[in-house]
Write a protein that binds this ligand. Structure first.
Ligand SMILES: [Fe+2]
Length: 212
């Protein structure tokens, strides 16, 4: 997946393994992630192909009390204040929305909501205005721009400034492979520039990257 992403023009990739609060606490998760990362580095060094630089992060599944839970900040994407948040696939209660807003207000945390297109069917339109007005950032998957059913909406949201990040959401090289290159071809230059501006704003400078 990394080699394929690099071939598609990806220079930097945020590796965001799923964090499920029912399976691990943050310390356990980080320990497991570090062990995996070390194995990955060995494999990359042995491979010889070109790879993107890697930022370690997590896709944090929402849980009740997330806004006050200890160590949640340790799950941010390395070198950034960004906490990639996955929400339940059901209508969100006002309490849940409130917790997300409180989480975003915590010092040093900026909430980046993962693959927002996957929640549209359950949420009222106003939810998105409210979250955006708090400064919460939004991310969509490459597939949102590639399906003939959703492409038009994806491009509209991007042009309106409602999306700040694009994610691959890749999990494998078959059913959920990296397709960021294809998505970038669909996106016009103007919107591409807008994404670049966000990347420059939020991602760490080259010197601050973990080297592999
Ligand atoms: Fe997800």
């Amino acid at each position: 997946m990394l080699a394929s992403s690099r071939e598609q023009g990806v220079d930097v990739i945020a590796a965001t393994s799923h964090f499920y609060p029912t399976e691990n606490n943050p310390a356990q998760f980080l320990q497991r992630r570090q062990a995996s990362y070390e194995r990955l580095c060995e494999a990359m060094q042995a491979d010889g192909r070109a790879f993107p630089r890697i930022l370690l992060g997590a896709e944090v599944y929402y849980f009740e009390g997330i806004n006050t839970a200890d160590d949640v900040d340790r799950l941010r994407i390395s070198g950034t204040p960004l906490l990639l948040l996955e929400m339940p696939f059901s209508p969100w209660t006002s309490r849940m929305i409130d917790e997300v807003e409180r989480l975003h207000e915590r010092r040093g945390i900026t909430v980046l909501m993962a693959h927002i297109e996957r929640y549209f069917r359950w949420q009222k339109e106003e939810v998105w205005d409210e979250l955006a007005s708090c400064g919460i950032l939004m991310q969509s998957n490459a597939e949102f721009f590639l399906s003939w059913r959703t492409k038009h909406k994806a491009l509209k949201l991007l042009r309106q400034g409602r999306l700040q990040f694009l994610g691959s959401d890749c999990h494998n090289m078959s059913s959920r492979r990296p397709r960021l290159g294809e998505a970038m071809e669909v996106i016009g230059q103007e919107a591409r520039d807008a994404l670049e501006v966000q990347a420059a704003r939020w991602l760490p400078k080259a010197a601050e990257f973990i080297s592999v």
